[in-house]
Design a protein around this ligand. Structure first.
Ligand code: SAM
Length: 195
């Protein structure tokens, strides 16, 4: 799924497509402008109304932007499969129903493109959110973390994500990292697959 992909986001989406199935429940932990939420919705929605996307972002403007994008891009039937929350992703367990196995939790860290660049994900809450994600993701599910290292603080976030990834027990998780080695500031994709 890597061949021909030029952007880390494209690689991430290709990985998600190989794991996520129609009818699944997934979490977009950083909705931003809704591109990932849209991609996830298209992966989970089916004709019977199954499939759920729980999306969250700390900024009201990002939730508004995601909602507007989805309203233009999908029909009302698919729209019903999405729930959006303006909140910190460290509290994701408050909104995802306990009886819903979660196939994927997707993080796309950093700031809102086109928005306030001072509001960014930070290591402290990212770590709490990764811990929460590891508790709700199902067996054979995935936590996907796209880390932008080109902006101030990005390397600190990568450190915390890698440290979390390496702390997961090897008998229950496979942690790996995808980076474009001829593009030193391209985003790094960290994948945590639960056995
Ligand atoms: N996935 C988005 C898309 O497809 O457009 C891009 C996400 S953007 C790179 C990162 C987002 O994380 C920003 O919109 C920012 O507001 C959000 N964010 C920052 N801290 C957060 C937190 N603690 N909880 C949830 N979202 C957060």
């Amino acid at each position: 799924f890597v061949a021909g992909k030029r952007k880390a986001t494209e690689v991430a989406h290709a990985v998600w497509r190989s794991i996520v199935q129609r009818g699944d429940t997934v979490v977009d932990a950083t909705c931003g402008n809704g591109n990932d939420t849209f991609a996830l919705l298209k992966m989970v929605s089916d004709d019977t109304g199954r499939g759920r996307v729980y999306g969250m972002d700390i900024q009201d403007s990002a939730i508004d932007s995601t909602a507007s994008f989805l309203k233009m891009a999908v029909d009302s039937r698919e729209m019903e499969l999405v729930e959006l929350f303006a909140m910190c992703h460290s509290r994701m367990e408050d909104i995802v129903p306990k009886d819903s196995p979660v196939r994927l939790v997707a993080f796309n860290l950093g700031y809102l493109p086109g928005g306030d660049k001072t509001i960014i994900t930070v290591p402290e809450t990212t770590e709490l959110a990764l811990q929460a994600a590891s508790r709700i993701v199902s067996s054979r599910g995935l936590i996907s973390v796209l880390v932008y290292i080109g902006h101030l603080g990005g390397r600190d976030e990568l450190d915390i994500v890698e440290s979390f990834a390496s702390s997961l027990p090897a008998d229950a998780w496979v942690s790996c990292k995808f980076e474009m080695i001829n593009r030193p500031v391209a985003p790094v994709l960290v994948l945590l697959h639960k056995k």
